[in-house]
Design a protein around this ligand. Structure first.
Ligand code: UDP
Length: 239
């Protein structure tokens, strides 16, 4: 018999940087295909998957503003970058024979659907991957905020944040070999220890609505599936 997943519905957040691989900019199709494959495994287990993708591999409003651009315009470019990543991810999912729908918080008629909560829920229930792009639709927010917001809206069991390291450490594991990997932390421990998980707006939104955050290594093949099946990889943040 097939093992039973420990999660019914998740919101998976992938940073834009995760998509660029070693390229330094843009999208690495090999990485995209691997992620589509990992998401397919979850769908086949009956797990409902909402996806939020960042845009940092293409544009970040903050960086553009530091170079002199108006911040609101820069953030609009950043949000549109997440739509481009979303188009690429939807394409990769379709090529892997996974049904997926792309929604955007900014209306882009002819390119993708506009965000619609009720429709998203119904698509998730029918086993479609729903990609939520353009972040929250507002400047001065991040896609981590969008992930927590959409996660709460769709009543996900947890927000899964894919990173380049195994979870949250007591110190930078790259520079400090003694850094300890936490398996479980409370929202207040994160704040007390000043550990960096997400920006504060995103983090406090999750805390205030008791949305658990699971930080895990997206570069480790199979880690996501293992956690879904009850594995203890990564760090869980809860009350
Ligand atoms: N962004 C925004 N509002 C949002 C989400 C994103 O203005 O609700 C813009 C912002 O400029 C941000 C960029 O889109 O820098 C890309 O998102 P993010 O930096 O979160 O991507 P990631 O770091 O996850 O790749």
């Amino acid at each position: 018999t097939n093992p039973k997943p420990s999660y019914r519905r998740i919101l998976l957040k992938l940073s834009g940087e995760a998509l660029m691989g070693d390229e330094g900019f843009g999208i690495d199709p090999k990485i995209l295909d691997r992620m589509a494959h990992e998401i397919k495994e979850l769908i086949e287990m009956g797990v409902q998957v909402g996806l939020v993708i960042g845009g940092g591999n293409l544009f970040r409003g903050k960086g553009l503003a530091e170079a002199g651009m108006n911040r609101v315009v820069g953030d609009q470019m950043g949000m549109l970058a997440t739509v481009m990543n979303g188009l690429a991810m939807r394409d990769a999912l379709h090529r892997a024979f996974v049904n997926a729908r792309l929604m955007s918080a900014i209306d882009l008629t002819g390119v993708c659907d506009s965000y619609n909560w009720a429709e998203a829920i119904s698509l998730l229930k029918s086993g479609r991957v729903v990609i939520f792009s353009a972040g929250t639709g507002n400047p001065f927010f991040t896609t981590d905020s969008a992930a927590c917001l959409r996660g709460i809206e769709i009543e996900a069991d947890a927000v899964f944040k894919g990173t380049k390291v195994d979870g949250i450490y007591s110190d930078d594991p790259v520079t400090n070999p003694d850094a300890e990997l936490y398996s479980k932390l409370s929202y207040s421990e994160i704040l007390d220890k000043e550990l960096k998980v997400m920006d504060l707006a995103a983090f406090t939104l999750a805390r205030d609505h008791s949305m658990p955050i699971r930080v895990f290594n997206m570069n480790r093949e199979g880690a996501l599936k293992s956690i879904i099946l009850g594995g203890s990889e990564g760090t869980v943040i809860d009350h």
